[in-house]
Design a protein around this ligand. Structure first.
Ligand SMILES: C[S@@+](CC[C@H](N)C(=O)[O-])C[C@H]1O[C@@H](n2cnc3c(N)ncnc32)[C@H](O)[C@@H]1O
Length: 180
């Protein structure tokens, strides 16, 4: 988020067809819940287009990029690396240390799809479980980012949006972003 070291999310692996919605939702969740950037595998161009379209309509700043070198992104990251996995340490036990690291350096949050190789567990500074139960990369990412930012991401301001949703008890209202 603005005035803080960067938080980037790396989607580790993508099976075209099967993972299309899930990879898109990793990107949309990263954007909505306070990350600055998502890095997707280079076979996930369709997800990149969707996340960029949403950013254009509902605001940023948020960037999306593709990479052919998932392991290189982790190995060359200048900051701390968190890998979300059901086998990791409990988020509630390590969140304070991760927040502390993030006050000083960028954070890379890695989420898998199919089986994640052991190399990723080894390279990560923290392997973190959001519960030690199997669920989804989108759910794990959402809870982790909310713990990282301690709810501040919910009040985030959006820049350069075309549209703005007006919160309502009932109904749906979307207005041009520059309208009061
Ligand atoms: C559907 S899971 C598949 C995991 C796969 N069986 C493996 O061994 O890596 C896909 C991704 O969801 C995330 N995930 C699933 N459960 C999680 C949990 N309890 N805590 C954190 N992340 C989780 C992880 O990033 C994982 O790579």
């Amino acid at each position: 988020m603005q005035d803080e070291p960067e938080v980037a999310v790396l989607r580790y692996g993508h099976r075209p067809g099967r993972d299309d919605r899930m990879t898109t939702h990793v990107g949309l969740t990263a954007r909505a819940l306070g990350a600055d950037r998502v890095i997707l595998p280079d076979n996930a161009g369709h997800s990149m287009d969707t996340v960029e379209d949403i950013t254009g309509r509902f605001g940023g700043p948020f960037s999306v990029e593709l990479t052919a070198g998932l392991n290189g992104v982790i190995r060359n990251w200048e900051g701390a690396v968190v890998h979300l996995t059901m086998y990791g340490e409990r988020v509630q036990d390590v969140q304070a240390d991760i927040r502390e690291a993030h006050t000083e350096a960028p954070l890379l949050v890695v989420v898998g799809g199919e089986k994640v190789p052991f190399e990723v567990y080894d390279e990560a500074d923290w392997n973190v479980g959001v519960t030690n139960q199997p669920h989804s990369e989108v759910a794990g990412l959402a809870v982790f980012l909310d713990r990282l930012f301690d709810g501040r991401e919910l009040d985030r301001e959006w820049e350069d949006a075309e549209n703005r949703v007006v919160p309502m008890a009932t109904g749906k209202k979307v207005v041009p972003a520059d309208e009061e």
